[in-house]
Write a protein that binds this ligand. Structure first.
Ligand SMILES: Cc1ncc(COP(=O)(O)O)c(C=O)c1O
Length: 395
């Protein structure tokens, strides 16, 4: 069986073409031109309803949503924001952009926040961004208890977690604000785009104004108008709006989400079960309250030297399988030591050790089931070619 193309996107539903055609006919691409029912506004209403949130604000990216969330919290300049040391560079960047100082905490070899380090650093921060990196949910019960006790606001970076559940509650609705991405490698693909959700009228009102609802455009938002009126002319405009073109591409994908989530989990668990048969591979299990919605798989190479890990990556490449080891591929944007723009540098030995052994493989949700074994075979074959099939104990 030949390997599938792991970078092939799923086709955009045909309904999007009709919606785009209408838009192109009218030229009505700006979200605030139409008096009502612009595609961006409809997307916000539909997304909020889907998530069970009071408010949604669609913006140009998840990074923009994170930035606006921090600004909307009204944090003072140089506010300290706790962020897991395993995330994408755009996340600490959003804090730097908002004049905040990212404070990194350790992450364990199950890709989840180390709660001892998290708690140790919590008394010294003004806000927290929980990045559910690659859709792995940290212990949100413990995190929310610790943060609520200190009245520290939690922003959930749910860029990789659209559809993930925690005790049957939707990830992105547990903290004060949840941020999602519509960039191409996410569950919903508009090339670029993002959205934030919250139940807090004042927070969303501030974010709406700063996203670029200048003059009285805020009246086109389904948000408490009293809150919006309060913030009119009080805040800078960062113009991070979403275009109607993107909303037209996103909206027909929302009904596809349950199918994508189910297929993503099926694909992940099939490959994970095969990989677990290797003595050299560990696929960390979900936490018990967590129901995942993965579109990629992560696993650790256990008991290998750096050279052996490099050889596994090379062996996989010879059969066309791309395995990325977060800490070994140069300039990786998910390796915290490459975030040299941070105002405060820190070493995180535990997170570093994890990143040197943690492998990342895309697993698009639309891969047909009969290609999954080819993916697992390619990974297992590469590991076996370097390490053999058995672990030699006691030598
Ligand atoms: C964990 C994580 N958070 C946030 C982002 C930012 O998303 P966007 O590209 O929509 O700005 C990314 C980007 O891939 C990401 O990986």
């Amino acid at each position: 069986m030949t390997l599938p193309n792991m970078h092939q996107a799923e086709a955009i539903p045909a309904e999007a073409r009709a919606a785009l055609d209408d838009l192109l006919q009218t030229g009505d691409l700006f979200r605030y031109t139409a008096p009502s029912d612009a595609p961006v506004s409809l997307l916000e209403t539909e997304f909020a309803a889907m998530m069970g949130s009071r408010f949604a604000l669609a913006v140009s990216s998840c990074s923009a949503a994170l930035f606006l969330s921090l600004k909307a919290l009204g944090l003072p300049r140089d506010a300290r924001v706790l962020i897991p040391g395993f995330t994408f560079a755009a996340v600490p960047s959003s804090a730097v952009h908002a004049d905040c100082i990212p404070v990194l905490c350790e992450v364990g070899d199950n890709y989840r926040i180390d709660l001892t380090d998290f708690e140790a650093k919590l008394d010294d921060v003004h806000a927290v961004i929980i990045s559910h990196m690659r859709g792995h949910t940290s212990d949100m019960d413990a995190i929310m208890t610790l943060c609520d006790a200190r009245d520290i606001p939690v922003i959930e970076d749910a860029a990789h977690s659209l559809g993930t559940l925690w005790h049957d509650r939707k990830i992105g609705t547990l903290g004060k604000i949840g941020c999602f991405s519509f960039q191409s490698y996410k569950m919903i693909n508009a090339g670029e785009g993002g959205i934030l959700i919250t139940d807090d009228a004042d927070l969303v009102a501030r974010a709406v104004i700063m996203s670029g609802a200048y003059e009285h455009n805020w009246k086109k938002h389904d948000v408490l108008h009293a809150a919006l009126e309060r913030w009119q002319n009080q805040l800078p405009l960062y113009n991070l709006r979403l275009s109607n073109l993107s909303a037209a591409v996103i909206r027909p994908q929302l009904p596809q989400l349950p199918r994508r989530i189910a297929d993503g989990l099926r694909n992940h668990d099939h490959v994970a079960e095969r990989l677990q048969t290797s003595p050299w591979i560990d696929v960390p299990p979900p936490l018990s309250p967590e129901t995942r919605a993965p579109d990629s798989i992560q696993f650790n190479l256990v008991g290998l030297t750096d050279d052996e890990v490099t050889s596994v990556v090379a062996a996989a490449k010879t059969v066309g399988m791309k395995i990325q080891v977060f800490g070994l591929s140069s300039d990786n944007a998910r390796a915290f030591w490459n975030w040299q723009f941070l105002p405060e540098q820190v070493d995180l030995p535990q997170t570093r050790a994890m990143l040197m052994r943690a492998c990342d493989v895309r697993l698009p949700v639309h891969l047909p089931v009969d290609t999954l074994d080819a993916v697992a075979d390619a990974i297992l074959g590469a590991v076996e070619a370097v390490m053999g099939g058995q672990k030699a104990f006691g030598t």
